[in-house]
Design a protein around this ligand. Structure first.
Ligand code: NAD
Length: 315
């Protein structure tokens, strides 16, 4: 029996519908949550990501602004702009679109963001909250993966969960979030030996690697849940034939569009072996921006409601 598809677009719609109610309530209290995105240089993918984030804000009625800096901007230039946004009350969330150019000290810029406005959840204060289990702002892609599992009806508590990938952006924070959900978490990475037999023990297998189709049938325990975080762009028919042995649809897509997006999991193997899986595109991807919107609203609520309480309290 073919595996159940965990539809990221559908789950995103559910999250956005819930969020729209919260935004209406905030607006009724005179608060319009606002997000500012800092974009450095002319990386085309970064421009597309920021455009999509601004669009998502607009469709939800959030305030948004885009700050563009030239590719030769320095660490000091960025920290100065971040400082200005930290002080502006109308800005609830500050997003630094990564990657930054090589001359910029990325960590110093991320650490300059006010933790209360750190909607990407990458400030050490928020990462510390995550480690110690206190409420804070959580990185968007890992938060989206937990939403997929929760809303997809996948039991996390007690599950054997393997995450392949140990990045600060995905693997590490995801491990902490899943621990919070009472999963038994293992993290694998590029130096892990005998990866396939290890993966085959997992009830939930999460691939966040960046290598097209690395996860094949021999990695997947029958009926496991497979979450594919990878986003890889293929541009040759040979690469596509290696990933798709049955379907010729991707080859037609390549002819029409010049490239095809794939994940880290062999899609046909996931469909045959897994109990449920996320497709690429249309799985984890749509959740990342949705969770950015959730974080922006959460940041606005916490900071501005706190301000209101303090002002009222001091009267
Ligand atoms: P990264 O390059 O920082 O980390 C990749 C990880 O994979 C590393 O920890 C490395 O140890 C591990 N790895 C590499 N080769 C391996 C191998 N052969 N076997 C086992 N482990 C191996 O990447 P990242 O930022 O964590 O992103 C991972 C993937 O997820 C990328 O394809 C990226 O584009 C995608 N991504 C998607 C979203 C989304 O919204 N869907 C968000 C963030 C990242």
């Amino acid at each position: 029996m073919a595996a159940r598809v965990l539809d990221g677009n559908k789950i995103r719609e559910e999250i956005i519908a819930d969020l729209a109610v919260e935004i209406r309530e905030l607006k009724a209290a005179g608060i319009t949550p606002g997000l500012a995105a800092i974009l450095v240089g002319d990386n085309p993918a970064s421009h597309i990501y920021v455009r999509n984030k601004v669009k998502a804000c607009q469709s939800l009625g959030l305030y948004s602004e885009k700050i563009e800096l030239p590719s030769e901007a320095s660490t000091e230039d960025l920290i100065k702009r971040v400082g200005e946004l930290n002080r502006r009350d109308s800005v609830d969330g500050i997003l630094i679109q990564l990657p930054l150019p090589p001359q910029v000290d990325t960590q110093a810029v991320l650490e300059a963001v006010d933790p209360a406005k750190d909607v990407d959840g990458l400030h050490p204060v928020n990462l510390g909250y995550l480690v110690s289990g206190r409420p804070g702002l959580v990185p968007c892609t890992p938060a989206g993966i937990v939403e997929i599992l929760r809303r997809g009806g996948i039991a996390m508590a007690g599950s054997q969960t393997l995450i392949i990938g140990r990045s600060n952006l995905v693997g590490k924070p995801l491990a902490l979030l899943l621990l919070r959900e009472h999963a038994t978490v293992t993290i694998a990475h590029s130096r892990t030996r005998a990866l396939a037999p290890l993966a085959r023990q997992a009830d939930i297998l999460i691939a966040a690697i960046g290598q097209p189709g690395l996860v094949t049938a021999e990695f997947i325990k029958p009926h496991a849940t497979v979450i594919d975080v990878g986003i890889n762009r293929l541009t040759t028919p040979e690469e596509i034939r290696r990933l798709y042995r049955q379907s010729s649809v991707p080859l037609h897509q390549l002819e029409a569009k010049g490239s095809v997006l794939v994940g880290d999991v062999q899609p046909e193997d996931a469909s045959e072996m897994a109990g449920a899986f996320t497709p690429v595109p249309g799985g984890v991807g749509p959740l990342t921006i949705a969770m950015l919107m959730v974080n922006s609203v959460r940041a606005a609520k916490r900071r501005r409601m706190d301000q209101k309480k303090t002002t009222t309290g001091s009267r």
